[in-house]
Design a protein around this ligand. Structure first.
Ligand code: PLP
Length: 369
């Protein structure tokens, strides 16, 4: 059988998603299950978004607008750009894949950091094999080490992925450091600024959005998503911003109708929901601070985070802890697939859900070695 398969796929470690809540409820016959595993917004949709989705159901016999014109216009207006600077995808993950397929030529490589969003690696390996992906060590605080990355840039480096803030560590690179890094990168190498968690950053003046750079240069692409603060993870929609020539080539391989009718409509309305975004980020900050204090008080190393999740080190066998917590109705994210086998990523939920997690953690810890 193996000889039938593209060898790049044989060498692939596929993405391991957070376990669905319904699965654990059924498996362990539990009344209450709390999912703090996929960096979702705990709030359900604001009314104007759910209403427009309901309305759109009546048109689902028709294909969506293949080019998402109205949404492109709305995103462009929101950022003060032309719609030729924007592309939308079925989640920003789809755009990551499009970037790799559009720009990476045989023999070229993609560079990122260790302990970062695994789709950078998966998208590279499936397209070009293991040897096409290079990763630099992080610094001791679990942040991207840009000096280390710079040392790995050579004439084969075609694309550099930077998740800022980073998943799964929650760390953020300061604005000036990223700007200095970009200045040292040759113009024929792409720098992708994946800013999926930008709206959660507590000091935005120190974070590089990169939108001006992306529009004015020909080697910078900014990625954003509606899956996090906009609470539309279930609809699958994200977007990219770049120079119009870059967007033109990405569109050459974009599948037709790649964003559903409901996602297009919901995203358009969501951009205007400033109150919802503010409420979401404030609640996140408050509950994150609380969890940080609680976990630190329990003696764990917790990495300060600019996102809607925390990386912490429980000092126990993480796989066993994960399994025990599942039986208690708590889903967290073990990080072996992210190269941090002793770490856990915990998404910030509502206070009651976070408390439930802490209660169960305290219950199961003494049972473990
Ligand atoms: C850094 C980063 N980029 C991109 C994504 C993908 O988001 P989307 O749901 O838009 O595909 C995630 C999701 O967790 C992420 O953490």
């Amino acid at each position: 059988m193996k000889n039938l398969i593209n060898p790049n796929i044989i060498g692939l470690n596929p993405y391991i998603p957070g376990i669905p809540l319904e699965e654990i409820k059924e498996k362990y016959n539990l009344e209450r299950v709390v999912k703090l595993a996929s960096n979702e917004n705990p709030f359900t949709l604001p009314r104007n978004v759910s209403e427009i989705i309901q309305k759109e159901i009546l048109s689902l016999n028709r294909y969506p607008d293949s080019d998402s014109h109205a949404l492109l216009k709305e995103i462009a207006r929101y950022h003060g750009l032309d719609k030729e600077n924007v592309i939308v995808g079925s989640g920003s993950v789809e755009i990551i894949k499009m970037i790799v397929r559009t720009f990476l030529k045989p023999g070229q490589r993609i560079l990122s950091s260790r302990n970062t969003f695994v789709m950078f690696k998966i998208s590279t390996v499936e397209h070009a094999g293991n040897q096409a992906y290079v990763e630099a060590e992080m610094d001791e605080g679990y942040g991207y080490d840009l000096d280390n990355m710079l040392k790995r840039v050579d004439e084969t480096t075609k694309i550099i992925f930077i998740a800022n803030p980073n998943n799964p560590t929650g760390t953020m690179l300061p604005r000036q450091k990223v700007l200095d890094f970009i200045e040292k990168i040759p113009p024929e190498t792409f720098v992708i600024l994946d800013n999926a968690y930008e709206e959660y950053v507590s000091n935005p003046q120190d974070h590089l959005s990169g939108i001006d750079l992306a529009v004015n240069r020909k080697n910078i692409i900014v990625l954003r998503t509606f899956s996090k603060i906009y609470a539309l993870a279930g609809l699958r929609i994200g977007y990219g911003i770049a120079n119009e020539k870059i967007i033109y080539y990405l569109n050459q391989i974009r599948p037709p109708f790649n964003v559903t009718r409901m996602a297009q409509k919901a995203a358009q309305v969501s951009l205007e929901n400033d109150d919802f975004k503010l409420r979401s980020s404030r609640l996140n900050q408050k509950n994150k601070d609380l969890l940080f204090t609680q976990l630190t008080a329990m003696g764990f190393r917790v990495i300060p985070s600019q996102t809607n999740f925390l990386l912490f080190f429980p000092g126990k066998n993480v796989n066993e802890l994960h399994q025990r917590l599942l039986k208690e109705g708590v889903i967290i994210r073990p990080l072996h697939a992210f190269g941090i086998p002793d770490g856990i990523r915990l998404t910030i939920g509502f206070e009651a859900d976070n408390d439930f997690f802490i209660e169960k953690l305290k219950k199961v810890l003494p049972e473990l070695d």
